[in-house]
Design a protein around this ligand. Structure first.
Ligand code: NAP
Length: 234
């Protein structure tokens, strides 16, 4: 089977990193980017056996300049992209009366505006039968105290995703929204509070379900995926 081209933001850690491995293992070409050189180098080292199929850039999804540069590079290398996975995400917890404007802005810029930038610049390369996967959360459907900025970004992303799905449907592009509950990744490392990480889902298991949902069954679109730990909300 012909190898596919996959673009994934934030593929250097957690769920994104697992998806990068799965696509490479399936024989596909993967382009990913994130901000930290250390994360990129680690990914390249860990996946050195795929060095001919993995392309990494350093870039911030919330910077239109970075996204324009990365998109230009992608369009020089590939005529078509088969999968766009908007995965980069960030969070800071704070009660609404105390949240710093810079934290609010950053969360909205990365989790929502960054998805818009990358999607807009990739759309010319996304054609019939391609798939866009947007990474939402339990916080795309439920509100939680101290999660105001994150919930606003992820509820916003859900609205964007639903509008996008209808806009690109006539072009044969499938749009999938994943609402994911607590998964044990580095996103929790700096979040205030005590979190029972042993009760969280494993990133490999989450990525495996996402991978299968978007790569199988062409006559079916899995519009929404909702994944939760067996014990429910933490
Ligand atoms: N883990 C969970 O419980 C959970 C639940 C629901 C939804 N999600 C969502 O799932 C997605 C993946 O999260 P994860 O849990 O796998 O987190 P993670 O392990 O922290 O990975 C996040 C990835 O995004 C990159 N990133 C962060 N800010 C970025 C920016 N401004 N520009 C480009 N890349 C950036 C990070 O790399 P750099 O730091 O190098 O930039 C990293 O590669 C996120 O959208 C998150 O909101 C996670």
């Amino acid at each position: 089977m012909k190898s596919k081209v996959v673009v994934i933001s934030g593929g250097t850690s957690g769920i994104g990193k697992r998806l990068v491995s799965m696509f490479l293992n399936a024989g596909d070409k993967v382009v990913t980017f994130s901000r930290k050189k250390s994360n990129i180098n680690l990914l390249k080292n860990e996946l050195s056996e795929y060095k001919d199929s993995l392309i990494c850039y350093q870039g911030d999804v919330s910077s239109i300049k970075d996204i324009n540069l990365i998109s230009k590079e992608i369009s020089k290398k590939f005529k078509k992209v088969d999968f766009l996975i908007n995965n980069s995400g960030t969070n800071v917890l704070s009660p609404i009366k105390k949240i710093k404007i810079k934290d609010w802005q950053r969360i909205i810029d990365v989790n929502l505006t960054g998805v818009f930038y990358l999607t807009q610049t990739m759309l010319p390369l996304l054609r019939n039968k391609s798939v866009i996967l947007n990474m939402g959360s339990l916080a795309s459907r439920n509100g939680f105290p101290n999660w105001g900025a994150y919930c606003a970004s992820k509820f916003g992303l859900k609205g964007f995703t639903e509008a996008l799905r209808e806009e690109v449907r006539p072009k044969g592009i499938r749009v999938v929204h994943a609402e994911i509950g607590a998964t044990d990744t580095s996103i929790w490392d700096n979040l205030d509070g005590k979190w029972d990480r042993s009760g969280m889902m494993q990133d490999t298991e989450v990525a495996n379900i996402l991978f299968n949902s978007i790569t199988e069954a062409r006559s079916v679109n899995v519009d929404e995926i909702f994944l939760m730990p067996p014990n429910g909300v933490l």
